[in-house]
Design a protein around this ligand. Structure first.
Ligand code: SAM
Length: 167
């Protein structure tokens, strides 16, 4: 499956809105992209958080069951045509165009990457101690599971979601 940046863009508009209106700059905002595949969702979240909150108090964890996709995510390098959905202001600020051996590609800047951690996690098994989160993205993943697995995954993940009354 081809994944892309800013997939279902309204989710990220909403993320930006709540970051600006609901979150205190004094607290560290923690976001988990729980089945992040090759990283497009993680970097999209990170760009939005950086824009809303600056370089300060936030971090993103990206996880997936597959080491193969995680290796791509960690690399943070994509074919240039995959940048089509990234708004210009983010492209200029957070992406670098590859040159010479890397022409035809773009890479996410280190300033963004240093705020992100990638981990191998099977959501169906006991989740390792990764702390709690203000927001968890679990998009386009539960659809692949049967009902019992869906319940198990949600039960595993819910305790990691901080309690809030903003939604
Ligand atoms: C379609 S991708 C979703 C990517 C991203 N969330 C998005 O919406 O753009 C589904 C991902 O779920 C991962 N996955 C499948 N079963 C999993 C499990 N038990 N634990 C963690 N990740 C799993 C797959 O490896 C795949 O990368």
């Amino acid at each position: 499956m081809k994944l892309f940046f800013f997939r279902e863009e309204n989710h990220f508009t909403f993320l930006e809105e709540i970051m600006k209106s609901e979150f205190s700059p004094l607290k560290t905002v923690r976001v988990w992209s729980a089945a992040c595949s090759s990283g497009e969702e993680v970097y999209t979240i990170a760009m939005v958080l950086s824009e809303a909150l600056g370089h300060g108090n936030w971090e993103v964890i990206g996880s997936d069951i597959s080491e193969k996709v995680l290796a791509k995510a960690v690399k943070g390098t994509y074919p240039i045509e995959r940048s089509a959905n990234i708004p210009k202001k983010y492209l200029v600020k957070y992406c670098l165009k590859g040159v010479r051996g890397k022409s035809g590609e773009f890479i996410l800047k280190n300033s963004l990457r240093e705020k992100i951690r990638f981990l191998k996690i099977n959501l169906y098994m006991e989740i390792p101690d990764i702390g709690t989160f203000d927001i968890i993205f679990l998009r386009n993943t539960l659809i692949y599971f049967d009902t019992d697995t869906k319940k198990q995954v949600v039960n595993n993940m819910l305790p990691l979601l901080k309690k809030t009354d903003i939604l």
